[in-house]
Design a protein around this ligand. Structure first.
Ligand code: PRP
Length: 215
């Protein structure tokens, strides 16, 4: 039986640049970059199967073994804490998790802080670590609107360029942790397809090393 390596990539620009890194490492499957609505791609030799999934779903596929390996942001790993191996920091998709609020916002510690976020677990852990009482307001997107309309005092969200905050007159109040994309592996797959996975990990690490040396 052929040993197919199933790889979950986060749909979007980050996933495409990660695929380029995998291709350079010898894990090519050119059809992946075809413009179509197809989501699953296999190489001609039938040894690799790539699929595009929503970035926040990558760890579910990898944790349950539907994918042997995948690429997920550190934000997703800290939010969902999947039982997977984190093999390598790919040094792309860099941004940060931050607390943001209206420019000039001052926290009144006598009141419970209202925090709007998609990242409930990260927000709870951060505020627990500083001993601050909060009321979480779970949202799914456009989080920046919440403090503007008075739905929350602050937000906990991803900041990349800072443009979204700036254009909505919000500012970073605190950085919680830096984020980058990570190579992750299913624990059983790592044991059974170790040589293939380790080969990919080593090739990617070499690429990262040489791009570091060039810059
Ligand atoms: C993310 C995040 C911010 C924005 C930050 O949103 O939630 O809104 O990117 O990027 P910036 O600092 O470069 O402006 P995303 O595009 O993932 O959409 P969302 O509104 O669904 O969260």
């Amino acid at each position: 039986m052929k040993n197919v390596l199933n790889i979950a990539l986060p749909k979007g620009r980050l996933g495409e640049s990660v695929y380029e890194m995998f291709a350079k490492a010898g894990f090519e499957c050119p059809s992946v970059l075809e413009k179509s609505r197809k989501l699953i791609f296999e190489n001609d030799a039938g040894t690799l199967r790539y699929f595009w999934v929503k970035p926040s779903d990558v760890c579910a596929y990898v944790e349950r073994g539907a994918a042997d390996i995948g690429v997920a942001g550190k934000d997703i790993l800290l939010e969902y804490e999947p039982d997977v191996y984190e093999l390598l920091d790919l040094n792309v998709g860099k941004c940060r998790m931050a607390v943001a609020g209206r420019e000039g916002f001052r926290d009144d510690r006598r009141r419970t802080l209202r925090v709007a976020t998609k990242f409930q677990h990260c927000a709870r852990s951060y505020y627990a670590s500083i001993g601050r009482d909060i009321d979480i307001i779970p949202l799914n997107g456009s989080i920046e609107i919440a403090p503007i309309l008075g739905l929350s005092d602050v937000i906990v969200d991803i900041v990349e360029t800072g443009t979204t905050l700036r254009e909505n007159h919000l500012a970073v109040l605190e950085t919680i942790f830096p984020i980058s994309a990570r190579l992750i592996a299913n624990k059983a797959s790592y044991a059974f397809q170790q040589s293939q996975i380790q080969h990919l990990q080593q090739q990617l690490a070499l690429q990262l090393q040489s791009s570091k040396e060039e810059s």
